[in-house]
Design a protein around this ligand. Structure first.
Ligand code: BT5
Length: 258
């Protein structure tokens, strides 16, 4: 990975400083350990993860040399309940960057999936540290499948995942995609606050494939089915249940039914 190529393209605080590792357990772990000792915007990149993680302790498959594994340290002046919103912001940045560089019609599946039709091309994992009800730091972890061939994917994700190369038939520069994501982050991160949030939410609505569909959401021990009507100001999903009740859900695993 050519870090200088990325740095040369990035304008703004996020991604100004980048630490690159050949092999890590998880870039989110490194970022989380560094979070309080360093300034906002520091970015961790790795060529391979041995314990890449998804939400709820799930595994993120992270083979060497072909994909993007990155974590960004932020110190947002928001509430702990805004974790979902930060994930939505990162998804907007990634979707726009990937669309621009690769031309693929990437969509966002609430809350944290980057999709091409019904296949997952990337995922986001936001982890927060809080103290006395305030956010101390946030780490946004981003995994994107770039140059892997579908037939080289492990069996467990072959049927549900895809990569940039699989969609376009050609390899892409990871450095270019990363630089574009960091630039988009620099553009959207300031919009988390105040009335500017409207513009962020409206861009998310433009990029999502979730709204206006019948969906099923597994949230903890509970499962809800209904019509995905909208998201609220905090990024929570507003689900219209068959009873007519409007249920707001902060996170979960969502399946589009029709
Ligand atoms: C996610 O979790 O989608 C969040 C993924 C975040 C990964 C990044 S990589 C850099 C940073 N460091 C980390 O350790 N993590 C972050 P979730 O929504 O829970 O989805 C996990 C599920 O996606 C798994 O259970 C698999 O079904 C599937 N999966 C695993 N690896 C995949 C891959 N490479 N591509 C597509 N799907 C995958």
């Amino acid at each position: 990975m050519r870090i200088e190529d990325i740095k040369a393209k990035v304008k703004g605080r996020i991604g100004k400083e980048i630490f690159f590792y050949e092999t890590v357990d998880s870039t989110n772990t490194i970022a989380s350990d560094l979070a309080e000792k360093t300034q906002e915007g520091v970015t961790i990149l790795a060529d391979c993860q041995q314990k890449g993680r998804g939400r709820l302790g799930r595994l993120w498959l992270s083979p060497r040399g072909i994909n993007i594994y990155m974590s960004i340290i932020l110190r947002p002046d928001t509430e702990p309940k805004d974790t979902t919103l930060i994930t939505l912001m990162a998804a907007v940045a990634c979707a726009l960057a990937l669309r621009r560089v690769t031309g693929i019609a990437i969509t966002i599946k609430w809350p944290n999936d980057l999709m091409v039709s019904d296949r997952k091309i990337g995922g986001i994992l936001t982890e927060m540290k809080t103290s006395r009800g305030k956010v101390v730091s946030a780490v946004i972890g981003i995994g994107i499948n770039v140059n892997g061939d579908l037939n080289s994917f492990p069996e467990e994700i072959k049927g549900i995942a895809t990569s940039v190369k699989n969609e376009t038939g050609k390899p892409f520069s990871r450095e270019r995609i990363i630089a574009e994501i960091l630039n988009e982050m620099n553009r959207w991160y300031p919009l988390l606050k105040g009335t500017a949030r409207e513009a962020l939410l409206s861009e998310w609505k433009h990029l999502t494939s979730t709204l206006g569909k019948e969906v099923m959401v597994i949230a903890g021990q509970e499962t809800f089915s209904g019509y995905a009507e909208s998201i609220d100001n905090e990024g929570l999903l507003l689900l219209r249940l068959p009873s007519g009740e409007l249920k707001s859900i902060s996170s979960g695993d969502l399946t589009i039914l029709r």
